[in-house]
Write a protein that binds this ligand. Structure first.
Ligand code: C5P
Length: 286
């Protein structure tokens, strides 16, 4: 096999909490992550000519190692001792960029999974996750997907009970948020609301969607600059008004998602928000 296709799923945070600053400058996280059916598609090929080549349906993505998918390919080849192997990555991009939904991390994870398939499955999932941690903090989770608790920098993962059957409407406002800047804002401000991670996990274990919905929270929302915070809160309120049983921001934002127990309401909400926001997606947990 010289070529394969991998789906790279977006992730949302059912909860996101920060427990403190680590000596290495990273933060101690405690998050409940969920992959959703919005995905990028990557076509990964082995080629004769050494080096990693990258093309995308979005023209504005870097094609060098600043691109996590390219970095992941180089790290994989280094780890497998294949420095002369050529790789081509063609990315069909659908997950919004700089949106708090791990699009870049998920593409990197898909490259690790795909290259492992193409080169004889020599690395275990754990080894791929360790490699992923060198690429970015969310990459190990993206290698695994599903419902999981992520601690440490984001790389200490525990599988959780899946979210009961439901729908997520994702809505990305047009501004973007710098991840290091938002962590800095968190360090210098006091947050008043934190998620109850244990309660979220219990709600998942009980298969209780209403309780899952009531436990959604992300500490980053409170430290957003005032204007952005208003936009995010505005979208959450609209989602709730349109029938979501809960809503929250994902990752460092600005994507906001609403959780729905009814597909018709989720579909109608996505159509309504789509009148005002260019990037709105109706998804399911995967
Ligand atoms: O690991 P990754 O490259 O995705 O992290 C991007 C930035 O986010 C880091 O440079 C750091 O500023 C911040 N970060 C953090 N603590 C984490 C994860 C990321 O401070 N656990």
């Amino acid at each position: 096999m010289r070529q394969c296709t991998e789906e790279a799923y977006a992730k949302i945070n059912l909860t996101l909490d920060i427990l403190g600053l680590r000596p290495d400058g990273y933060h101690k996280m405690d998050m409940v992550m969920q992959s959703v059916s919005l995905s990028d598609t990557l076509c990964i090929s082995l080629e004769e000519e050494p080096g990693v080549r990258f093309r995308s349906t979005r023209g504005d993505l870097p094609s060098d190692r600043r691109n996590l998918a390219v970095d992941a390919a180089y790290r994989f080849l280094e780890a497998r001792g294949l420095p002369q192997q050529g790789v081509s990555i063609v990315l069909e991009k659908r997950i919004p960029v700089c949106a708090g939904t791990a699009g870049g991390s998920s593409d990197a994870a898909a490259v690790l999974r795909g290259l492992n398939r193409l080169t004889g499955e020599a690395l275990s999932q754990e080894a791929l996750m360790d490699l992923g941690a060198l690429v970015g903090s969310d990459v190990p989770y993206c290698v695994m997907g599903g419902t999981a608790r992520a601690r440490g920098r984001g790389e200490l993962l525990e599988k959780l009970s899946p979210v009961p059957s439901s729908f997520f409407v994702l809505c990305k406002p047009s501004f973007s948020v710098s991840t290091p800047e938002l962590f800095r804002r968190f360090d210098t401000q006091t947050v008043t609301e934190r998620p109850n991670t244990e309660a979220m996990i219990k709600a998942l274990e009980a298969g209780d969607l209403q309780r899952v919905a009531s436990q959604l929270w992300n500490v980053f929302e409170e430290v957003l600059p005032a204007r952005e915070q208003m936009v995010v809160k505005g979208i959450r309120d609209r989602l709730t008004h349109l029938g979501a049983i809960g809503a929250s921001m994902s990752g460092t934002g600005p994507t906001v998602f609403g959780l729905f127990d009814r597909e018709d309401l989720a579909r109608a909400a996505a159509a309504k928000l789509g009148e005002d926001f260019p990037e709105v997606f109706l998804t399911k947990a995967v």
